[in-house]
Design a protein around this ligand. Structure first.
Ligand code: MG
Ligand code: ZN
Length: 192
């Protein structure tokens, strides 16, 4: 099924419970159903790629080593709660004022993943709870899904351009993209 699609996942408020600058692994809790949802992406043989803005590093609230610990715990929880795995984790450590090209909605992390996994960004899905996540996916030319977990409910009120789908949570988001892929595959078949 993998025609160079990937699923780009935001972290805070999408996979794990939003706690406003998650700074230690101890505070990490997965959103209900998140591990099973990532497992569904794995079973579709699509790269599951985490893309996360972590300006807490730039703000010196935590450092790269602490973030590494958080990501080890994240991988461990995904494994134990759902036998799920992330294919890659990209993060931006910068502050908004740094003007880097990796902070979402800038496309640096998507471009890196594109090179590493030979991804077609236009064919890919982008899931997150913030405006920046939706804008990131839109700039990449892919399909966007807003989840109503984390900041999602507030984001929904702010969005001037709607995402392709609004999901209650990651489970619903992944079910939607699975159906979307199957529907498009069906359309292709019916033309043959
Ligand atoms: Mg988020
Ligand atoms: Zn950056």
């Amino acid at each position: 099924m993998n025609d160079k699609k990937a699923v780009f996942l935001d972290r805070d408020g999408t996979i794990n419970v939003e706690v406003n600058y998650l700074s230690t692994a101890k505070k990490l809790v997965l959103c209900p159903g998140a591990a099973a949802a990532v497992k569904t992406i794995n079973d579709l043989h699509l790269p599951a790629i985490l893309v996360t803005n972590q300006s807490g590093i730039g703000r010196r609230m935590f450092n790269a080593g602490m973030l590494e610990e958080i990501h080890l715990k994240l991988k461990e929880l995904l494994k134990t709660e759902g036998d799920a795995k992330l294919d890659a984790i990209y993060y931006c450590p910068h502050l908004p004022k740094d003007g880097c090209n990796c902070r979402k909605p800038n496309l640096g992390m998507a471009e890196s993943a594109k090179k590493e996994f030979n991804i077609d960004l236009h064919n890919s899905y982008f899931i997150g709870d913030r405006e920046t996540d939706i804008e990131f996916g839109r700039r990449a030319g892919g399909k966007t899904v807003l989840v109503l977990t984390g900041y999602g409910k507030e984001t929904k009120k702010l969005l001037t351009v709607l995402p392709d789908f609004i999901a209650q949570d990651l489970t619903e988001a992944v079910n939607w993209l699975k159906e979307d892929i199957e529907k498009n595959a069906g359309n292709k078949n019916s033309r043959n």
